[in-house]
Design a protein around this ligand. Sequence first.
Ligand SMILES: [Zn+2]
Length: 456
Amino acid sequence: MDLKSLLKNDENEIIAKLQKAISFRSVREDDGSGYPYGQGVQDCLQYMLDLGRELGFRTVNVDNQVGWCEIGEGEEMVAVMGHLDVVPEGDGWTVPPYESVVKDGCIYGRGSTDNKGPVVAALYAMKAIREAGLPLKRRIRVLMGTNEETGSADMKYYLAHGGEVPVMGFTPDADYPVINGEKGLVTSTFAREWKQSGDIRIVKMVAGEAPNIVPEKAWVELSCSSAMADTICGSNMEKVRYLPVDGGVRIEAEGVSCHAASPWNGENAAGRLLLALRKLPLEGEVKEVVAFLADKIGMEHDGTSLGIKLYDEASGPLTLNMGVVTADENSVSLKLNYRYPVTFTGEDCIPVLEKQFADAGFERTAHIHKNALYMAPDSPLVKALTDVYVRCTGLDGTPICIGGGTYAKSIPNVLAFGTTFPGEVTRVHKSDESISIDHLMRNAEIIAEAMYALAQ
Ligand SMILES: [Zn+2]
């Protein structure tokens, strides 16, 4: 029997096991349970390991950080990696988020797509391969992590404690077709104190909410003489409002919000506000800092004026987002998020950017850097996954590069592959997350075919 038919035989069981997996609220909690990510995450991991054992796989629990299930023999191992932790359910659900309600052919629940559905599908894909009696040259392992949503410390632990590195693998935790490149990702906070002088003083400035979102709104409150307030309120700049307030002026800038990975779809309100401030007769340190930020970044999203404009054919331009800016009378701080193209390294941009902030008196107070990931389109893993995708779906399989980072970055030799099809709506991380049963079964088939292709 072929893999698709074997999976079809297990359809009801796949649905039931996924429903049970969704019922665990596996949100990271520091709950004093003694488990690395809390009792809910632990219960889900334990359930999935028990299921793996029930299905006849070798199973290992790596200190409650990662669980894995394996079949086959051989020196080398290929892996399918997924995660069992979920983001908090949030508001706005029309069905209970942990009761796995089935409606209109879809299973609803937090984690149904991200990522429990694909993990359950992977376990049954492995079962189908064993039942089909297909010859394997390599072992197949399903790696189940528990900390993807809040830092992937699970995979760091696995690697640091002798966890075997697969020779090839994929994580069905993103989109189809295969993602052969993920830009390098840097999120940094810079802060400095300032002494204010002159007639115009910054009382408070607020722009943006998160480093990975282009700010939609930005405002500043200035204190100044009433004559200066009159002058400032006579200014005119597109999408900027100048409002008289007690003892000074409030300036509001408007932008267009979008994700920081594609900043060309938005307009940065923080940058616009800084450009408006740049035109005022500021003095001293405030003048220097505003000039630095307005001239070196302003509304730019490709790092040109910072001297870090990078580009490659595979993944396009470096993107830069000034996601959060806050200031008060004594200090200013900003959060930057920048993503460099896949064929470059952090060395090509981080030191250049940081030197300029240091020279402008800023201190780096937080920093996260994830290296870029790239495999050439003609590499064996990319070719194998592309072939499977085209064979199973008949869709265009041209590999893609993205600006975001996936679970694939947390372990070598792994790419993101699936499970959201082009144009499909999944509501991952939102209310009413769901997976259609048809989609779940199609994924199980693609995962099985891909596992087999890599293990041959
Ligand atoms: Zn995920």
